[in-house]
Design a protein around this ligand. Sequence first.
Ligand SMILES: COc1cccc(Nc2ncc(-c3ccc(C(=O)NCC(=O)Nc4ccccc4)cc3)c(OCC3CCNCC3)n2)c1
Length: 315
Amino acid sequence: TGDEELHHFYEVLETIGNGGFAKVKLGRHRLTGEKVAIKIMDKKQLGEDLPRVKLEIEAMKNLSHQHVCRMYQVIETTAKICLVLEYCSGGELFDYIIAKECLTEMETRVFFRQIISALAYVHSRGYAHRDLKPENLLIDDNHNLKLIDFGLCGKPKGGMQCRLNTCCGSPAYAAPEVILGKSYIGSSADVWSLGVVLYALLCGYLPFDDENCMALYKLIEMMQVEPQDRLTVSELLDHPWVTKDFNIPVEWHSKQQMGNIDADCITEMSIALKRSRETTTQLVKETLRFSEDDDSTGSLELISDNDSCTCRTHG
Ligand SMILES: COc1cccc(Nc2ncc(-c3ccc(C(=O)NCC(=O)Nc4ccccc4)cc3)c(OCC3CCNCC3)n2)c1
């Protein structure tokens, strides 16, 4: 069963997060010792929102970027869906800032450039995040930010047709048109949320001298009530406040090429699967082709990138 499968590959340790339908536990991959975040969702509790989770899983398969949390594996059982996700050892950005009491303007700019890098990439892949907020920005062990979409929480009170988490989770970061239940353009709503995140980062937590305030107020054009008056993410990439001291626009293209096969990973797998390297490589190639089709019924599922790989056999 899926539960055995989860425990076969991973030690499941303490809970690191709870969000309505999703519980996130710390996990450790038994083969590689790598820490992972395991997001466990109960299908019954998800109810009619199950299709939305399937959409998120498809989205995650297409998102591979240095500032977006990776998804390594999906383990589905009759009752649960478990996502095995990249673990960020530094926790949430906000806890970090509260613990440090204040960040320099430069450190704020470094983080902000990473956030717009992630957002420009997500938008370029045709997705809008729709729930950008400090809880969804985590720090990895290289002190870099990773965008996550912690996703579904309780049922929206108003039953609005926007995403659950924006309704019940965080009106504070949601654009006016989202709050008003109007139909909205996801990318513009993201820019509003980005403005709130930047404003929250700088206001009250960070020392900020006056002559720069004007540059910041120009950025607050992200928080124009009318979406068409708002800055776009691509205008932010080379905005004077964002490029100050860097003098280069934000590099947002993904540095992670998809689908490359890592030799060390093949070695580990051929040992674990008791197959030759050639056979293992062939299997992986077939699986990567399988994972491109929707109706993949492959005999071996693998999600691998440079530094880790997980494989599991179907039936
Ligand atoms: C050290 O102490 C600590 C303390 C706290 C945390 C950690 N680490 C730590 N690492 C990893 C996670 C995680 C990663 C991905 C997803 C996810 O849902 N992905 C799906 C996803 O990203 N979609 C998506 C992304 C972009 C575009 C579209 C879709 C969910 C959770 C985590 O969670 C804990 C929660 C706690 C409540 N606030 C949010 C994080 N925590 C460590």
